[in-house]
Design a protein around this ligand. Structure first.
Ligand code: GLC
Length: 527
């Protein structure tokens, strides 16, 4: 056996970039403000690209920066082909793409195909009369015979009815999210053509791919039937599984494949069943990648994670669909916050778990997606009632990123759209980078190791028998083997893994001791 990082022929030359990349999600409002608006902007992202290069990620995914009235902070788009002035303008976007590409960073942007804003000119026209040419661009229905909602669907953000009555014409329109986010009617070919044009607009500007927002929703049962009684009350988003969606996805794939440079699509398939998620890869002719959320919702224990890894492998492996892994994003409490709440962890143990989770995320088979700030070990901000912004209560994970220890932490002011996450003096980029043992440098070393160890990037994964409470797996490629062991408990566990320890999540904290895994310690071992 040879050691990790030795000279194995890299399979990467023929592998598309999105299989070997590590991606990093940026929520533009919260990354860095350069204008004094208290809201982050595109120039703020450009300012910190070198931070991402130092960290070692390969691609950035930008949450929406398009023109929007911001009822859902940009996921309600009023113009798909322009930049909201709060974030900058098209020239700033072009500069950001150029600056990113110059540094070898790919750029993925968010595309929101299921719904527009109520302010989108298409909807303004559509709602103006029943015979407007754009009436059928959205989903309009008469009231039920008793005057009530056309069906029993529930929307996803406030769990109210998915229908709003429009007084002008006396019909209801469908919205799987807020009433300010009317659903487009993808059964209308004019809608398909118009939305495909929005993709071309950004492809022509040089973007490398799209994160497609709730894209499993675009095909709908034309009969819009009631949800069955046993699932009535669940939002329609988690229930919509339709053949029409697959037809649309195949067409979108053809469009992307018509461009050079491995342009890609990752779908936010918000179906909480990996088998249903897997269908959206098609026969390698639909989405290139899909987010798979069941692992994000797995609790921090070895049995849950073992089950998630096994399921992902058994479902995606046989169809040759490449997995993705994500622990945090802009829709959920950050994972250290979730695990700390669930397990009643103090701050020191929260940090240990965050470090072990970094090892997990960066060593599984598939493309990891980091969420801005997780490399700093951020936890959620505490949001006082009077500062709540999001109707769905997702503010905590959207707190501004603290860049330095100064009172404004690299922003223009101390008073921004949301409060800081805990301990911004200390837990900020400058201080974390200055501290060689910080979680930032753990992420950096993990990403460096991925680059030098083909087994970690592209190798198979095999779950190993391990002591209770320990998740262990092997990554292997062409005889090169890397073993990962994660003690998910707060007890020391005796277990010797033969080989050379390449990374310990805790070395920097405690000094290495082999023959045992310390509480919440994760190790990467090369054989
Ligand atoms: C996705 C986004 C979420 C948004 C919703 C509606 O789930 O991640 O932030 O609210 O779609 O667009």
């Amino acid at each position: 056996m040879s050691s990790a990082g030795s000279s194995h022929p890299s399979p990467d030359a023929t592998t598309p970039w999105w299989k070997t990349a590590v991606a990093y999600q940026i929520y533009p409002r919260s990354f860095c403000d350069t204008t004094g608006s208290g809201v982050g902007d595109l120039a703020g992202i450009a300012r910190h690209l070198n931070h991402l290069v130092l960290l070692g990620v390969d691609a950035i995914w930008l949450s929406p920066f398009f023109t929007s009235p911001m009822y859902d902070y940009g996921y309600d788009v009023a113009d798909y082909c322009d930049v909201d002035p709060i974030f900058g303008d098209l020239a700033a976007f072009d500069r950001l793409v150029a600056d990113s590409h110059e540094r070898g960073l790919r750029v993925i942007i968010d595309w929101v195909p299921n719904h527009t804003s109520i302010d989108h000119p298409w909807f303004v026209e559509s709602r103006s009369s029943t015979d407007n040419p754009k009436r059928d661009w959205y989903v309009w229905r008469d009231p039920a015979p008793d005057g009530g909602y056309p069906n029993n669907w529930i929307e996803s953000l406030t769990f109210g009815p998915a229908w709003t009555l429009d007084e002008t014409t006396g019909q209801y329109y469908l919205h799987c999210f807020l009433s300010e986010q009317p659903d487009l009617n993808w059964a209308n070919p004019e809608v398909v053509a118009a939305m495909e044009d929005t993709l071309r607009f950004w492809l022509d500007r040089g973007v490398d791919g799209f994160r497609m927002d709730v894209v499993h929703l675009i095909g709908k049962d034309p009969a819009l039937p009631d949800e069955p009684a046993e699932v009535a009350g669940l939002p329609h988003t988690v229930l919509n599984v339709r053949p029409e969606t697959h037809e649309h996805l195949r067409a979108l794939r053809r469009l992307l494949d018509g461009y050079d440079g491995d342009r890609m699509a990752i779908g936010e398939i918000y179906l909480l069943d990996t088998k249903l998620v897997a269908e959206h890869y098609g026969d390698n002719d639909e989405l290139h990648l899909c987010f798979n959320f069941p692992p994000l919702y797995a609790r921090w224990n070895a049995a849950s994670w073992r089950a998630r890894v096994a399921e992902t492998e058994s479902v995606l492996g046989p169809i040759d669909a490449w997995p993705t892994w994500v622990l945090s994003n802009h829709d959920n409490p950050r994972h250290p916050t979730r695990y700390a709440t669930d397990l009643h962890l103090d701050e020191a143990d929260t940090e240990r778990v965050a470090r072990a989770a970094a090892v997990l995320l960066c060593t599984l088979r598939g493309t990891p997606f980091l969420y801005a700030g997780e490399e700093l070990g951020l936890t959620d901000a505490v949001i006082p009632d009077e500062r709540r912004r999001d109707p769905a209560g997702r503010d905590g994970c959207r707190a501004p990123i603290p860049w330095d220890p100064s009172p404004t932490h690299g922003w223009q002011s101390d008073d921004n759209w949301l409060p800081w996450p805990p301990h911004p003096t200390g837990r900020n980029a400058v201080d974390q980078i200055a501290e060689p043992d910080s979680i930032f440098h753990l992420y950096r070393r993990l990403l460096e190791l991925r680059k030098s160890a083909p087994a970690l990037r592209s190798g198979d994964v095999t779950l190993l028998e391990a002591p209770d409470g320990v998740l262990a797996y092997e990554r292997s490629l062409d005889g090169s083997i890397v073993t990962v062991a994660i003690n998910m408990t707060d007890d020391e566990v005796e277990w010797t893994i033969p080989g050379e320890t390449l990374i310990s999540s805790l070395d920097s904290l405690d000094g290495a001791g082999r023959g045992a895994l310390r509480p919440y310690e994760a190790v990467v071992v090369g054989q």
